[in-house]
Design a protein around this ligand. Structure first.
Ligand SMILES: *Cc1c(COP(=O)(O)O)cnc(C)c1O
Length: 390
């Protein structure tokens, strides 16, 4: 047994290399990757443009620290501001860190307005990370159990329910922000209605609260817009990004707009690795390839194709509760726990995931090919039919 802490229930396979949406194991078997490292490998594996950009940058400069200016980081902040309509960016290394920055920013924002005990509204079934503050913001008792005392200052409401937020607004003068995922990923691919996001925007603006969106999973072109909240035509005050931003290099980003942008001052927050040249080049290259290869449109169209294909091939199958998603963030909800489908898929040469016990989750690379989608549909729908005994 390797000397690893026992934190993951891993599949007993190890990969040696990948090419596009295919990965190869130590026995030389190949697998179609419909998970992309949980929405991380935006451009698939071994994308030649990314490999070249990373090799060139690694040979020049990997890290210098944030004690100096980092031109790649400045450029990436400009590009992110451009595609989001937001003003400023803080770089870190992961999703939980991006949310941690957002939470600290909201608290400081509250203190600067004379609120001594600032509170943040968060959602049931939310997932924001595993650090203490983000675990406390997460709406999953199983993940929190045993780690009490949790961080205080969160008020929980049901997801996609505006009246619940309005009720808190009436009673709680300490609220300074709302933190939510426009599409809940770990919670089971739960999609907030456009009207809900617009309603949150209205309430937050009227109350001087910060609207903070966690787009760590749903953001960065996956749903066919740069950011999932853009489908609702709103601009948030704060946004957390990570996962797919640099196609596999660790990076996180906390974006801020308007009054949220000037909250942090030198000394307020920091990160040793955050925004290093290598990770920033990976993100800039990912962004450039998404634009050059029109992957926003591709994600939108291919996602529709996959959902339509699933509906056709699974129509009339008892046990299918719902097929939903947006772009290449797709969930198939069954009427029973279906975790064992992950292993059955591995046997069949396919990488998928199951979340919230009953939801098969697909998060393929944004350049997943049409033919690969067809192959995915054939393998997966047969597996689901067999599993459900249909
Ligand atoms: C994965 C995820 C996180 C946590 O990201 P880490 O990089 O694992 O810290 C936070 N929020 C959402 C929505 C996520 O999907």
């Amino acid at each position: 047994m390797p000397h690893l802490m026992n934190t993951y229930a891993r599949q007993p396979i190890a990969f040696t290399h990948g090419q596009g949406s295919w990965v190869f194991d130590q026995q030389g078997r190949r697998y179609l990757d419909a998970l992309a490292g949980i929405a991380v490998n935006t451009l698939g594996h071994a994308h030649p443009v990314l490999v070249k950009a990373l090799s060139d940058q690694a040979a020049r400069l990997i890290h210098v620290s944030n004690l100096y200016r980092i031109p790649e980081q400045e450029l990436l902040s400009d590009r992110l501001a451009e595609i989001s309509g937001m003003d400023e960016v803080f770089f870190c290394n992961s999703g939980c860190e991006a949310n941690e920055a957002a939470i600290k920013l909201a608290r400081l924002y509250g203190h600067q307005r004379g609120i001594e005990q600032p509170a943040i509204i968060v959602m049931e079934k939310a997932f924001h990370g595993r650090t203490l503050a983000t675990l406390s913001a997460t709406g999953n008792r199983k993940a929190q159990a045993g780690f009490e005392p949790l961080v205080a200052g969160f008020v929980r409401v049901p997801f996609d329910d505006l009246s619940a937020v309005e009720a808190v607004a009436q009673n709680n003068p300490n609220v300074v922000a709302v933190l939510m995922e426009p599409i809940q990923g770990e919670g089971g691919i739960n999609i907030a209605h456009d009207e809900y996001l617009q309603g949150l925007r209205r309430i937050c603006s009227a109350r001087g609260w910060l609207l903070m969106v966690d787009e760590v999973q749903c953001g960065f072109a996956r749903t066919g817009k740069w950011f999932a909240h853009q489908h609702a035509g709103i601009v948030p005050d704060v946004m957390a990004l990570a996962k797919g931003l640099a196609s596999g290099l660790p990076i996180g980003a906390c974006l801020a707009a308007g009054p949220a942008a000037s909250v942090f001052k030198p000394g307020s927050h920091g990160s040793t690795f955050g925004g290093n040249p290598l990770a920033c080049v990976a993100a800039l290259t990912t962004l450039a390839v998404i634009e050059q290869d029109a992957l926003l449109t591709h994600a939108l169209v291919l996602g529709e194709t996959i959902r339509a294909g699933l509906r056709t091939r699974l129509s009339g199958v008892a046990g299918i509760v719902d097929i939903r998603g947006d772009g290449l963030m797709i969930g198939i909800e069954l009427d029973r726990p279906c975790g064992e489908l992950v292993e059955r898929a591995v046997q069949a040469g396919l990488l998928i995931n199951v979340t919230a016990d009953k939801v098969v989750r697909l998060l393929p690379a944004l350049n997943f090919a049409d033919a690969e989608a067809e192959e995915l549909l054939v393998i997966l729908t047969q597996l689901i039919r067999e599993f459900l005994g249909a």
